[in-house]
Design a protein around this ligand. Structure first.
Ligand code: FES
Ligand code: FES
Length: 164
């Protein structure tokens, strides 16, 4: 089976076997920020953005990505520059083993794109599907709030294409 979709800003054509998930495809293409966790939509380790919404890539069959826009964490930073959420996760010590961190960053990015004002309840809700055994969420929530509130103060939120 063949699909065409946008992956991290590039148009790609992919041939895949029926039943292949987006997680399997992306890891096969060496997008290792997409972690293979539970494989059942329960841990959030495989989170990617599909049309700017966070989804569990282990639950997405490849034939459904035709014409969609997929983003993985690989598109968020360069060797010279981290995404502001990554910078603040580092600053706050919010990543310990780091297995869950890519998924958390993408869930928070989806929240950033879809929301106007941000509060702690929204941040905790956005992280609801991203299981972390290490941090207890206090530091990720702190890092997220400082990043998302700062982007709203400086106006970067609108510049980045936010809805509000
Ligand atoms: S590996 Fe996809 S939700 Fe756990
Ligand atoms: S930092 Fe280890 S699971 Fe989240």
């Amino acid at each position: 089976m063949k699909v065409q979709f946008e992956l991290n800003g590039r148009l790609v054509s992919a041939t895949h076997l029926p039943g292949t998930t987006l997680m399997e495809f992306l890891r096969g293409e060496e997008f290792y920020s997409v972690k293979h966790g539970c494989d059942h939509g329960e841990c959030g380790a495989c989170t990617v953005l599909m049309d700017s919404r966070s989804v569990n890539a282990c639950l997405i069959l490849m034939h459904t990505v035709n014409g969609r826009k997929i983003e993985t964490l690989e598109s968020f930073s360069t060797h010279e520059r981290l995404h502001p959420l990554q910078e603040n996760f580092l600053k706050e010590g919010a990543a310990q083993c780091g297995f869950c961190t890519p998924g958390m960053i993408l869930s928070l990015e989806a929240l950033d794109r879809e929301s106007g004002e941000i509060d702690e309840v929204q941040v905790r809700d956005a992280l609801n599907g991203n299981l972390c055994r290490c941090t207890g969420y206090v530091k990720p929530v702190k890092a997220a709030l400082s990043t998302l509130k700062a982007s709203r103060k400086t106006g970067n939120h609108e510049d980045e294409g936010g809805d509000s």
